[in-house]
Design a protein around this ligand. Structure first.
Ligand code: GGG
Length: 354
């Protein structure tokens, strides 16, 4: 198979982990006889520094022309501490999602058995957890009108959803539930928010089309609690942009670390595959970032965008073997891990390649 893959490392540890993800794709192409052609583009803080724009037109053009995108992360602390900054790295991320029509963000919460002890949640509660989140990605409070009034003393962000936007993400989640445990949990805040009332109305209206799927509705506050108390009750979860952003960071603790969670953003055109973690400036340059989320994102890319399931499974199995051999990055090490088995980004990448 011949495919064009655009590598967009972005900022901070995004650059370090994407390097490993790319090496794994190169290895897969060699092993399975594919021809993957790579190009690279700037986004985020590095793009602002180079061009003044977090998502330069050249990057967007390259994205549209590629068959799939392996992305790292965006962000930089200098913007977090400057509320007056007009241009921010995250604007590039939001614009990319809108421009490419990436409305569905799939976030599998996959717990490798070897990492049962890495979580602060008790193993007997965690064992067997396997959740697939569908986070809506191009609507909600992230994209509504925002601003200041009363001389800057009052701020607002408007949350908006259309019936069409809710229906298309809900359909994707229903379809996915059919291929898994046939359970769908729709998370909203319908007791308070009008957007959530529409959300629930749309999901309820679709349910009769999927009689094989058991649907439940949960308020986001209750879902946040149940994720930690009883994660095995969840199979497929569908939720709005903001709730999904927060709940999946929480759910990363089921998998042991944010460094283990990959994601796929799909919709109208080229898919984007990235770790759910951000740019990790506190550990940038230290060579300790866990690259497994990037490697697992490469696995999702092969499976979802190219239909290469065996190749994708080979990557997951490689990670499984590395973990079984006892190797860890420091985020997933625990008190029982021998110090010589705690590896940095490149060294654990080499073990995965082997
Ligand atoms: N790789 C994910 C990433 O870069 N996250 C940074 C961020 O700002 N995320 C906000 C969001 O995902 O909506």
């Amino acid at each position: 198979m011949k495919k064009n893959i655009l590598i967009v490392p972005g900022d901070g540890i995004g650059q370090e982990v994407t390097e490993v993800g790319k090496k794994v794709l190169i290895k897969i192409a060699e092993k399975f006889g594919h021809e993957f052609i790579y190009d690279e583009a700037l986004m985020g803080h590095v793009a602002i520094e180079a061009t003044g724009n977090p998502l330069p037109d050249e990057t967007l053009e390259k994205m549209r022309a590629s068959d799939a995108i392996l992305f790292g992360a965006v962000g930089h602390p200098k913007y977090d501490n400057d509320p007056t900054a007009k241009v921010r790295p995250e604007q590039g991320l939001l614009k990319m999602r809108k421009e490419l029509g990436l409305y569905a963000n799939l976030r599998p919460i996959k717990l490798f058995d070897e990492l049962l002890g890495a979580s602060s949640i008790k193993p007997e509660i965690l064992k067997g957890s396997d959740i697939l989140f569908f986070r809506e990605l191009t609507g909600d409070i992230y994209f509504g009108e925002k601003g200041r009034k009363n001389d800057g003393d009052t701020a607002y962000d408007i949350a908006e959803y259309s019936r069409y936007e809710v229906e298309r993400i809900a359909r994707k989640a229903f379809e996915a539930a059919r291929t898994r445990g046939k359970k769908l949990c729709s998370v909203d805040k319908a007791n308070v928010l009008e957007t959530s009332r529409l959300w629930r109305e749309v999901v309820q209206a679709l349910a009769p089309e999927y009689p094989d799927i058991t649907v439940e509705h949960q308020f986001v506050d209750s879902a946040a609690m149940m994720l930690i108390k009883d994660p095995r009750r969840f199979d497929v979860v569908v939720t709005a942009n903001l709730f999904g952003d927060i709940l999946t960071d929480e759910a990363s603790q089921i998998a042991g670390s944010m460094g283990m969670l990959a994601s796929a953003s799909v919709g109208d055109s080229t898919g984007v595959y990235e770790p759910i973690h951000g740019s990790g400036h506190d550990i940038t340059g230290m060579g300790v970032a866990n690259p497994m989320a990037s490697v697992l994102s490469a696995a999702l890319l092969l499976d979802i965008s190219f239909g290469l399931k065996a190749e994708s499974d080979a990557i997951i199995s490689a990670i499984d073997q590395v973990l079984k051999a006892g190797f860890r990055t420091r985020d997933i090490a625990d008190s029982t891990t021998a110090p010589e088995l705690i590896l940095g980004t490149d060294a654990i990448g080499e073990e995965i390649l082997k």
